[in-house]
Design a protein. Structure first.
Length: 129
């Protein structure tokens, strides 16, 4: 479940009363449902939010950490994609933007180093430039 990440702790939050709990959970779930509806009805409308520095460079690392944390919440669902040689290579540019996570591929499942370098270079030029 993703709510512990919202709370920022392993324990459940301490609400002042039932009304406060209902209000906060209502706000969170309303936003959750807005995002689901947006993605379902207009999949191209939802874009990742990335940091843009004063010099104009885009830093995808915070987004990448969040994406990989979300993948970790449902590892069984993501595992077939990550384990697939071609599809797993699509996760590599995301994982490469942060040092906190290692790609979950075995050595023999990874792309050759030259192909991976080319893929990473292309991803940085197009997606994050």
């Amino acid at each position: 479940m993703w709510l512990p990440i919202v709370w920022g702790a392993d324990d459940e939050p301490a609400f002042a009363d039932l009304q406060q709990a209902q209000t906060l959970l209502g706000i969170i779930m309303r936003r959750y449902n807005e995002i689901i509806d947006l993605v379902d009805s207009h999949p191209d409308a939802y874009q990742p939010v990335m940091v843009e520095w004063d010099d104009g460079t885009i830093d995808p690392s915070d987004w990448a950490v969040g994406f990989l944390q979300a993948m970790a919440l449902c590892q069984d669902g993501w595992e077939p994609l990550v384990r697939d040689r071609e599809a797993g290579a699509l996760i590599a540019p995301i994982a490469s933007t942060t040092e906190e996570f290692d790609l979950l591929l075995d050595e023999d499942e990874r792309l050759p180093e030259a192909e991976m370098a080319k893929l990473l270079a292309e991803s940085r030029c197009s997606a994050f430039a």
